[in-house]
Design a protein around this ligand. Structure first.
Ligand SMILES: C[S@@+](CC[C@H](N)C(=O)[O-])C[C@H]1O[C@@H](n2cnc3c(N)ncnc32)[C@H](O)[C@@H]1O
Length: 234
């Protein structure tokens, strides 16, 4: 009788698979760390007190399109850790006494002055009403979505997940935006973003894609910007 137990080979293969997977994880963590250390936006975010390098994407888009006007009401979907909320609150002049920015995320977020935050899944049925209540019955001038589901690494799946978030965000924007309001949302290149553009063109006067410099050039990330909401039912 062989000294090997029947599970021996399987166990051995399992260990090799685990070692390979662990090496792959270590390698990708090493690459991530290297990228962080060499990323000028990560350094700038630290120096300028922003929670994320993503803050510079919104700053850059706003410099080009003037979306964040003083007094504007903003909804920030997928807000954590809070870079976009910081930028929005600062530019619209939001304060805790008169908050103009409402934010939501699955994850917790350290408080940002002038931002009403709720930890919640935006895809929950009651999320739109909770956000509207936080807006105190006011319409919004800008709906932002930087939401991204946890990446699976499967390009098509990641693309479809983010497009779904974006479509639901568009539906929400139709319900809360004031006429003339704007919608900015993250998408990933991959095919169906043109369907979304067509849907947005029915509701907004001007629709297009934006790729800010702070968005990594080797990533499929893009932002769809729809300006000049025509108003519900038009
Ligand atoms: C790229 S991060 C946002 C970064 C943020 N704009 C900033 O400047 O710090 C994407 C966020 O989307 C959130 N998210 C993804 N799916 C969501 C969902 N269904 N509901 C709420 N938040 C979601 C994630 O938890 C994550 O924090």
């Amino acid at each position: 009788m062989s000294g090997r137990r029947s599970g021996g080979d399987g166990g051995g293969r399992n260990i090799h698979t685990k070692v390979r997977a662990s090496k792959k994880r270590t390698e990708s963590s090493r690459r991530w760390l290297e990228r962080q250390l060499n990323d000028p936006y990560v350094q700038r975010a630290k120096i300028e007190g922003f929670r994320s390098r993503a803050a510079f994407k919104l700053i850059e888009i706003d410099e080009r399109y003037s979306l964040l006007r003083p007094g504007a009401r903003v909804v920030d979907l997928g807000a954590a850790p809070g870079g976009w909320s910081q930028v929005a609150a600062d530019k619209v002049g939001s304060s805790d006494a008169d908050p103009l920015v409402v934010a939501i995320d699955l994850l917790d977020m350290e408080p940002v002055p002038g931002v009403v935050f709720m930890k919640k899944d935006f895809l929950d049925d009651d999320a739109p009403d909770a956000l509207k209540a936080a807006l105190g019955g006011h319409q919004a001038d800008l709906v932002l979505s930087d939401m991204a589901a946890h990446a699976t690494g499967h390009r098509k799946t990641d693309h479809l997940q983010i497009m779904h978030l974006c479509e639901v965000a568009h539906e929400f924007a139709r319900e809360v935006l004031a006429p003339g309001g704007h919608f900015l949302a993250k998408v990933l290149r991959g095919g169906t973003e043109h369907t979304l553009l067509a849907a947005l063109k029915r509701d907004f006067a001007s629709v297009g894609h934006v790729k800010p410099a702070a968005s990594r050039q080797d990533s499929a990330e893009l932002y769809v910007l729809a300006r000049g909401f025509r108003g519900e039912g038009e």
